[in-house]
Design a protein around this ligand. Structure first.
Ligand code: ZN
Length: 473
């Protein structure tokens, strides 16, 4: 990643004296009283391994002809060494298209074709969406506060021509994709069409106005009560975490995370409207669980509804459903899978149910009332040990439009492996890329080791690239 992670420098600094701290008797007493993830005993390991199943046969599974991988990074920097408390955030989100078909015949005998120049170009690519966000002590274009500046600039970025599939058509902007999601919110946050969305309250200081209707128009809109500026992307509520005089790592990371999950939906929306057939042969890789956390977590519900509607259209056209994979490289499930790995036979898959998760992964934490991930997840987590013994944790989208499907208990249904039609394709794809995915934390770079990658910004010739090759076969 071109940018350093927020946690990076902190972790390095804290490791030096860690051993001394743990030897302190008070600390070791405390640690002995804490519940946390620990290696399973041999009996437990054998018992858990029993629950893993042999995956369906993957021999005849057709791989998608194109894979799009979305990858984000974020950082916050002082604007100048002499002004350490004046900060700007940087968010970079790139979408990379891996063409699985075009260069098949260029592969060498062992099935691997690596073009180091292309991989290097990808690592250094500057064509991804890069946003600078106002942070501590920085105001933008006459805005009154850092928070207002952050809101205004984030909105301008999402509306920007470089997020549009057609630069002169604002309806193809990332911001309009946000309208399509926000319009699908339930109950009193819903709107009659994607031309409008609702803000739960006015974001301007001291204003109490609630449930504001915002239109998808280029003009600046104002709160009817305080007359302060309001922006469509205020609905993401990332601004709530923005501080005037302090570092804004949380808000900047949230912005990145949110855009990472908006991007696949942005492409899916465009392809669904312009080339449904192309969508049916494209897979999407996202970094991390299929979940949106924090104040914009409501997006997860809209993503479920939106993808479900598109899936209905794909099914009606006899095309495969949307294949989206959230690959996890860190986190409690990955740690758990690592501890369990030596007890698992090769070629096993497990669909993590809530009872298992709360007992073995979340170390006895009390089960949430509506089940794990109710407020944030739009996909189900799986643990997969491949035929060659590598362990992966990944998510694929739930198969329901909401978490309250009629006549079905969502909490148990979500963990029924047979419901996931796209699972064999997901497993086959992960197995296909496994050695590169295993070694490389950055998914597009991992995939690019095997195939040619095309870095995409929406404003580029995305549709040409996605469809013409699709049509030529
Ligand atoms: Zn107001």
């Amino acid at each position: 990643m071109p940018y350093q992670n927020f946690a990076g420098s902190f972790e390095r600094a804290s490791k030096t004296s860690h051993a001394d701290i743990v030897r302190n008797p008070d600390v070791s007493d405390f640690l002995s009283e804490c519940e946390h993830l620990r290696p399973p005993s041999p009996e437990e390991g054998a018992e858990l391994a029993e629950r893993f199943l042999e995956p369906p046969h993957l021999d005849g599974v057709v791989l998608p002809s194109k894979v799009m991988a979305v990858d984000g990074s974020a950082t916050e920097r002082s604007i100048d060494d002499q002004l350490p408390s004046t900060k700007v955030g940087y968010v970079k989100v790139s979408a990379t298209l891996i063409d699985m078909a075009q260069f098949n015949d260029l592969r060498v005998h062992d099935g691997r074709f690596v073009d180091p120049c292309r991989v290097a170009a990808l690592e250094n690519n500057n064509s991804s969406l890069t946003f600078a966000l106002p942070s501590a002590n920085v105001r933008w274009r006459g805005m009154q506060t850092v928070r207002q500046s952050f809101r205004a600039y984030l909105d301008a970025c999402l509306y920007g021509t470089n997020t549009r599939f057609k630069p002169d058509d604002p309806a193809t902007s990332l911001r309009t994709t946000l309208f399509h999601l926000a319009h699908r919110r339930p109950n009193d946050m819903a709107t009659s069409s994607a031309a409008e969305l609702r803000l739960h309250r006015c974001p301007n200081d001291g204003c109490e106005a609630r449930n504001l209707l915002i239109r998808d128009v280029p003009d600046q809109q104002h709160c009817p009560r305080c007359n302060g500026p309001v922006f469509p992307s205020d609905c993401l509520r990332i601004w709530e975490a923005v501080e005037e005089f302090q570092a804004n790592g949380e808000a900047i990371n949230r912005a990145m995370n949110t855009i990472e999950h908006l991007m696949p939906i942005h492409y899916i929306r465009y392809l669904a409207d312009n080339s449904l057939a192309s969508l049916g042969t494209t897979a999407f890789f996202v970094d991390g669980p299929l979940a949106v956390f924090g104040n914009s977590a409501w997006l997860h519900g809209s993503i479920m509804r939106f993808t479900s509607e598109i899936n209905d259209r794909l099914t009606a056209a006899r095309l495969p459903r949307i294949l989206m994979i959230g690959l996890q490289k860190t986190g409690a499930v990955v740690d758990h899978a690592g501890l369990l790995s030596r007890f698992l036979p090769d070629n096993r898959v497990f669909c993590i149910d809530d009872a298992y998760r709360y007992r073995y992964i979340l170390s006895g934490r009390e089960e949430a009332g509506n089940g794990f991930g109710y407020e944030s997840y739009y996909g189900q987590d799986f643990i997969f040990k491949t035929e060659s013994g590598r362990v992966f944790v990944f998510g694929i989208p739930y198969t329901f439009p909401t978490k309250h499907p009629e006549g079905v208990d969502f909490r148990s249904a979500k963990a029924e492996m047979a419901r996931y039609e796209s699972l064999p394709q997901a497993l086959a794809l992960i197995q296909h890329f496994e050695s590169d995915l295993y070694q490389n934390a950055v998914i597009p770079i991992a995939l690019a080791h095997r195939y040619t990658a095309i870095s995409l910004v929406p404003g580029g010739r995305v549709l040409d690239v996605l469809t013409q090759r699709g049509l030529s076969r």
